[in-house]
Design a protein around this ligand. Structure first.
Ligand SMILES: [Zn+2]
Length: 386
């Protein structure tokens, strides 16, 4: 018999919902049922935007007082790829040798299952009501463009007067072992294209043209030579990575008129988007000399942020230490996540399962980790509302 506060059963039920972005797959409806039964007020919102599919979301809250702790996450998953290459079907939630298999097991239906199970358990132990408020902010739009998800959900919640004190995002934050890492921030991400303009000419008459490749090489090597910073207290060095260099010239005897190079920058808290753009533009201008060039920046909603270590991160770390014996590293490594949106509303930390197999064939988590993660969340709830 499954009990409500069994993280494994909830994780299996969620995995069996085929919620590949933007499909809801029954995952949010399932969570809505569990939370409603536990006394939560549940809202289901569908958000739309031109050019993107509609996506379903969920917000549920119990209690009206502060402090208000939010659990955030996403029930959407990346596609499984070729089903035949999975040892266990991606949407079956099978258990073999102590491992739970399925798309989303690690990223992040397993984490959500543990948060829900811990909350149900905490409520049962405290007369059905928290001493403050607990909410779940769950989107179905994280793995794709992330337009109709957490951003809009947070705005919607703020407009109706929801105020959050802290958030735990159950993304798979651990590298190798449960308890090895909490993410307390993320680097920012910025994309741009460097365009160097020359002048077309016959290769036999180079004095009549200007080869943009010459200047492109100079600018590229200048931009790659000098570090963007030396890192900061919470972050590794920022990094600029060129992802493609294109001239697109199929002709052997033609000096091309233009060359392009695309790049991505993962940047730390030594910079803002504006200061970083200025820095790159100045370095490019210096290397380019009189050569005509421009940098086209793409809009980015991925600003750098860090949640300063303090009582909240200490509490999460203490719960992890109690359950696992490990002192988690407070890290800002890796790609972006929805924490970049949540940080505008309250301090946020990311702690969930081990991320090793996320987005891979045979995505899986140890069943024992589900029990341990639930215990960690339950301990956090106890301390938070204690
Ligand atoms: Zn995720």
């Amino acid at each position: 018999m499954q009990t409500a506060a069994d993280p494994l059963a909830i994780a299996q039920d969620l995995i069996r919902c085929p919620s590949v972005t933007p499909a809801e797959g029954g995952a949010l409806a399932y969570l809505a049922g569990l939370l409603r039964e536990a006394g939560f007020t549940v809202h289901r919102m569908t958000f739309s935007d031109s050019g993107t599919p509609d996506v379903e979301n969920l917000y549920a809250r119990i209690g009206s007082a502060s402090p208000h702790l939010m659990f955030a996450g996403h029930t959407d998953v990346v596609p499984p790829g070729d089903d035949a290459s999975w040892k266990h079907p991606p949407f079956a939630g099978e258990i073999t040798d102590g491992m739970l298999y399925g798309r989303g097991a690690a990223d992040m239906k397993g984490g959500i299952a543990c948060a829900v199970a811990a909350t149900l358990d905490h409520l049962a132990a405290s007369g059905g009501k928290p001493k403050g408020s607990i909410s779940f902010l769950i989107t179905g739009d994280e793995e794709s463009v992330a337009i109709n998800g957490t951003v809009k959900l947070l705005r919607w919640a703020a407009e109706r007067g929801e105020r959050f004190d802290h958030c735990i995002l159950s993304e798979p934050s651990n590298v190798d072992t449960l308890g090895d890492m909490i993410k307390i921030g993320r680097r920012g991400s910025l994309n741009g294209t460097l365009i160097v303009t020359g002048k077309q000419a016959h290769v036999a008459y180079p004095h009549r043209g200007e080869n943009p490749i010459r200047a492109m090489v100079q600018i590229l090597s200048a931009l790659m030579a000098e570090p963007l910073d030396a890192g900061s207290a919470s972050f590794q060095r920022s990094n600029m990575e060129f992802t493609t260099v294109d001239v697109g010239n199929p002709t052997v005897n033609l000096i091309p008129g233009e060359a392009r190079a695309r790049f991505n920058i993962r940047y730390n808290d030594c910079h803002t988007q504006d200061s970083l753009k200025r820095l790159i533009e100045q370095r490019a201008a210096k290397a380019a000399g009189a050569v005509r060039h421009t940098i086209v920046w793409e809009p980015s909603n991925a600003d750098v942020f860090v949640t300063a270590p303090g009582p909240f991160t200490d509490m999460v770390a203490a719960a992890i230490k109690t359950a696992t014996g490990r002192q988690p590293e407070l890290s800002t490594s890796g790609g972006t996540s929805d924490a970049r949106f949540i940080k505008d509303y309250c301090p946020v930390v990311e702690f969930g399962l081990v991320g090793q197999t996320m987005h891979q064939v045979d995505e899986r988590v140890p069943v024992a980790d589900l029990t341990t993660l639930m215990a960690i969340y339950r301990d956090i709830l106890k301390m938070y509302f204690g």
